[in-house]
Design a protein around this ligand. Structure first.
Ligand SMILES: [Zn+2]
Length: 477
């Protein structure tokens, strides 16, 4: 089999309950359908039910930061809906941090007719709070971790402001994100009293964009917040006039208890010929707390759930097992992805591919894999049914998503649908990540592409070559 366009009729099975625990009984009979499976998958995906799922998750569960009641409700919601769709569901334990946001306020003091001006800030996940009266300090602007290190003792007592050029398009998310992830810890080491990180955003209406920051265990910590790009610019302009003073008040910090038990939600369609060979399709169920997480990653959750739902509705079971994993806690430490890799270590050599939908709700533009030229050639054949959606090219990618990144250490190949992400970082991790940013038709097209890629990999005789394991040490160890 080289393209899912020619999926044999044998993959069209009578409906049998899929189960992740015990092998499904053999189907009572094999249904032979004349029409090809891929056209049916695409047609079903284009009906657009993924959008309805997403709206239900966003509007009835809402924000679902790992460790929060919203995250627990999301686990229950996903399990219930998958069961409604006819799947057996397994909840696999994941320990997650419990961090809570509190009051958050900042102002630049000693300026303007009123003597101060408010700044739009939001705490970074994992940040400790300030003392009840807040912290005050002179702003020290830096553009890189190296620049901060070079300043040495001059950072002592300051509020370090990390600037970058992501919103002007000169810097990508990958280049800017270490400033948010590691900058505050570096600032603390240098003796700063707080850190502000210019929002990692491509657009802003003074909406700060949060994200996680980490402090090495036992090292110094400080209150850290994202600041709206407009206000980072304000501080920059004011600095040209003289020293700038900011006052920051954050009520965030560890919840009680500081860690809680949560779960990855797992369901699968049992493979009809090689059930012990697995294609994982994933997305993350958690979101940041500022909004509904419609784009990040409600859209991906909907794509994964819809892929399973339509396959079952169409009575399609591929050669290998197709396993959906809705990961808990991508955003605040990746503990769901790490837990999955640990709990399934014994079968990772039989994981033939992993796909994660965590690039928003935009239309599909290409497919990608890290499995090298032979893998790209296989994907090119698999995406043939997507030509009508404009998906005709395959690109080389370094990785397919954060939650599946631990699987790379066991050489599980990644495949991905590349989506239009031009607007993704406008709303990512901000209060603006709401359902209205999602286009029903584009999400449906992305779902169709995801389903075709997933089923193609689960059906293809040929498997993706297994790439070399990453050379870097796993960062979570
Ligand atoms: Zn995400």
């Amino acid at each position: 089999l080289t393209a899912i366009a020619s999926l044999p009729a044998a993959i069209l099975l009578a409906a049998t309950p899929a189960t992740p625990v015990t092998p499904a009984p053999p189907p009572a009979h094999r249904q032979v359908l004349p029409a090809d499976a891929s056209a049916r998958l695409v047609g079903a995906a284009l009906e657009g039910h993924a959008y309805d799922r997403l709206v239900e998750l966003a509007d009835t569960v809402g924000p679902r930061l790992a460790g929060s009641p919203g995250a627990a409700a999301a686990v229950n919601w996903a399990a219930r809906r998958l069961r409604d769709d006819g799947f057996q569901v397994k909840l696999e334990p994941v320990r997650v941090p419990h961090w809570v946001r509190g009051v958050e306020r900042a102002e630049v003091v000693g300026v303007g007719a009123a003597g101060s001006m408010p700044l739009a800030v939001t705490a970074l996940g994992g940040s400790p709070g300030t003392p009840a009266g807040g912290v005050e300090g002179e702003v020290l602007e830096v553009k890189s971790l190296d620049e901060l290190r070079a300043l040495g003792a001059r950072a002592k007592g300051k509020i370090v402001l990390f600037q970058h050029e992501m919103d002007s398009g000169k810097t990508g998310y990958g280049e800017a994100s270490p400033l948010r992830g590691r900058g505050p810890a570096e600032a603390a080491k240098a003796g700063a009293v707080a850190a502000l990180v210019r929002s990692l955003a491509t657009s802003s209406l003074r909406s700060p964009h949060t994200g996680t920051t980490s402090f090495p265990a036992g090292g110094p910590r400080l209150p850290a917040a994202a600041i709206a790009t407009e206000d980072a610019d304000l501080l920059h302009r004011l600095a040209a006039r003289g020293p700038v003073k900011v006052k920051l008040l954050l009520g965030c910090g560890p919840g009680s208890p500081p860690e809680v038990e949560s779960a990855n939600v797992v369901a699968e369609i049992h493979g009809r010929e090689r059930p012990d060979e697995i294609v994982v399709i994933g997305a993350h169920l958690d979101s940041w707390d500022l909004a509904q997480g419609a784009v990040d990653d409600g859209a991906g959750v909907a794509m994964v759930m819809e892929t399973l739902r339509i396959a079952r509705a169409l009575r399609i079971a591929p050669r290998r097992t197709l396993r959906a994993v809705l990961f808990m806690n991508e955003e605040h430490g990746l503990s769901g992805g790490v837990a999955y890799a640990e709990q399934h270590r014994a079968e990772l050599s039989r994981h033939v591919a992993a796909l994660e939908a965590d690039s928003g709700a935009g239309r599909p533009v290409a497919a990608g894999t890290n499995a090298g030229p032979a893998g790209e050639a296989l994907l090119r054949r698999l995406i043939a049914p997507l030509a009508g959606l404009g998906v005709t090219s395959v690109v080389s990618v370094r990785g397919g998503g954060a939650d599946i990144s631990p699987l790379a250490y066991e050489r599980v190949p990644h495949a991905a649908v590349r989506q239009d992400t031009a607007r993704y970082f406008d709303v990512h991790h901000s209060a603006a990540d709401t359902v209205d940013k999602v286009d029903r038709a584009e999400l449906a097209q992305a779902t169709a592409a995801f389903a075709i890629l997933a089923f193609g990999l689960a059906e293809s005789e040929e498997a993706l070559p297994r790439p070399e394991a990453p050379k870097e040490e796993p960062w979570w160890k």
